[in-house]
Design a protein around this ligand. Structure first.
Ligand code: SF4
Length: 375
């Protein structure tokens, strides 16, 4: 981990470092309230950018996966595509980067297209969901680094094993337990939750092995439900699914999570670079009242959305990130110039992503799908 420096103000004596952040709600509290394990960097070899920079903050049963990697045992990583939109967001990018990490460390990789759920809960027909997945989501997942030869996809609507598991699992939970996990229990939510439990365990129908679901913390209820179900179906000898959670990418106005309800603070993937740069230009920064003060006191990257974008997404190289951090802290760069640099990085990223999506669209016939006998 990078060196830390102590800074003393009139009221606080606080440790700061290039991977710190003042932005967020209390992730320690989330860990306690949800009964999670704090993420331990020592568990995983060659940690990725998100792990190294404290953006991964918690998980469940991570040792099981760490052991599988160290002992070169079989395990899987799984995630789902919700094909309701024709763009993704930065949170999904983090999930894909984490899938890639486990794929590169030996995981069998499964990505399901939640077409049943998008039809039942979001009003997008199965045909439309399929079209969007093939034309955009799958090419986009490949463009963000999944290996086309090592990733297996399936459509929920074609996977009768998952639907069967969902029906079996529905008998294993009560309405009150469901309400305790999800807050409410409408029939659509129950249906989609038990099907998701089926998805999470599906690779274990092929081969009983540990598996990990990298995701945002808002998906933890599905993990909890699935783990409860596994404990109640001991005779099936499923491994408890592990999970790993990333922090949110904050909105550019400084609120805790990028959300489509605030289009000016929300950058989609892919987005026209000009539009993305316009949004970066309006982002909340940790800059001072005026240039003179900033040169004298330095900026506050811990409160800056531009720096947060560097840290989470735009700068891969740790040495470069550290350089940006100290340029800011020491008042050697002003926010206007810094935003221009962020815009250059964002433009490069978006142009590369768009080009790769186009290329991968043409490779769709080479994508591996699970073969189902009865379809
Ligand atoms: Fe943020 Fe850059 Fe301004 Fe520092 S100089 S506060 S990192 S925009």
């Amino acid at each position: 981990m990078d060196a830390k420096i102590n800074t003393t103000t009139n009221t606080t004596n606080k440790t700061i470092d290039p991977y710190g952040s003042d932005l967020i709600e209390d992730y320690e509290k989330i860990i306690t309230d949800f009964g999670l394990e704090k993420f331990d960097l020592a568990l995983f070899p060659q940690p990725n950018r998100l792990m190294r920079r404290n953006i991964i903050f918690a998980g469940r049963d991570l040792k099981l996966i760490s052991e599988a990697i160290k002992n070169e045992k079989k395990f899987y990583v799984l995630s789902g595509i919700m094909p309701t939109a024709d763009k993704i967001h930065f949170g999904t990018k983090m999930v894909i980067e984490n899938i890639r990490y486990f794929q590169e460390h030996g995981a069998e990789t499964y990505v399901l297209v939640a077409d049943l759920e998008s039809a039942a809960a979001r009003g997008v027909s199965i045909e439309e969901a399929r079209k969007r997945a093939l034309e955009f989501h799958i090419p986009c997942y490949l463009s963000l680094g999944l290996d086309i030869n090592k990733t297996t996809f399936y459509f929920q609507s074609q996977n009768r094993e998952v639907v069967k598991l969902g029906f079996e699992f529905a008998k294993k939970i009560t309405l009150n337990e469901f309400k305790a996990i999800y807050g409410n229990a409408d029939p659509g939510r129950i249906m989609s939750a038990v099907i998701q439990a089926g998805d999470i365990l599906f690779p274990q129908l092929i081969n009983r092995m540990p598996g990990i679901i990298p995701t945002g913390i808002d998906q933890d209820p599905h993990i909890r439900l699935t783990r409860d179900i596994v404990r109640r179906t001991k005779e099936k000898k499923f491994f408890l699914p592990s999970s790993m959670y990333h922090k949110y990418t904050p909105a550019l106005d400084g609120s805790s999570k990028m959300s489509k309800s605030k289009p000016e603070s929300f950058i989609e993937l892919p987005e026209d670079p000009k539009s993305a740069c316009k949004k970066l230009n309006r982002a909340l920064t940790g800059g001072r009242e005026n240039q003179e003060e900033q040169r004298k006191l330095g900026g506050v990257p811990e409160k800056c959305m531009i720096y947060e974008m560097y840290k989470q997404h735009l700068i891969e190289d740790d040495a470069l990130l550290k350089e940006r951090y100290y340029l800011c802290k020491q008042g050697k760069v002003l926010c206007g110039e810094c935003k221009m640099f962020a815009c250059e990085l964002m433009t490069r990223f978006m142009e590369t992503l768009t080009k790769k999506i186009d290329e991968n669209r043409h490779k769709i016939s080479k994508v591996k799908f699970v073969k189902f006998d009865d379809n």
